[in-house]
Design a protein around this ligand. Structure first.
Ligand code: SF4
Length: 105
């Protein structure tokens, strides 16, 4: 089944939103880029966007599909380890020099 058709089917189920559908799809090797709370925060600070769809499609346009799951998982870990909601570790952050967030410390 094509990814978009599978996504429509999954999101038609009760309690299944776009993030849950995308997590299922990407773990089945389908082209999808799930966006969780950590990725949303990082994306907002990097000026990528605020809404689920714009963040997800931003990464999908720039990455080869075989790297979607890997980058999704690494961004979650990055958000947990460095770009935390409260007290982000900007001083030790590996992308500090290119981060555009005006609130970085
Ligand atoms: S410099 Fe700070 S705000 Fe920017 S990505 Fe790193 S931890 Fe996040």
């Amino acid at each position: 089944m094509p990814a978009e058709e599978a996504r429509r089917l999954l999101t038609s189920l009760p309690g299944v939103g776009e993030k849950t559908a995308d997590v299922i799809l990407v773990n089945m090797g389908k082209p999808a880029f799930p966006v969780d709370t950590h990725i949303t925060r990082v994306a907002q600070r990097w000026g990528i966007g605020r809404r689920y769809g714009e963040i997800s499609s931003w990464f999908m346009r720039r990455l080869p599909p075989e790297r979607y799951l890997e980058v999704h998982l690494k961004l979650i870990q990055f958000g947990r380890d460095y770009c935390r909601a409260k007290s982000p570790r900007c001083r030790e952050c590996p992308v500090r020099d290119i981060c555009p967030w005006p609130g970085k410390r």
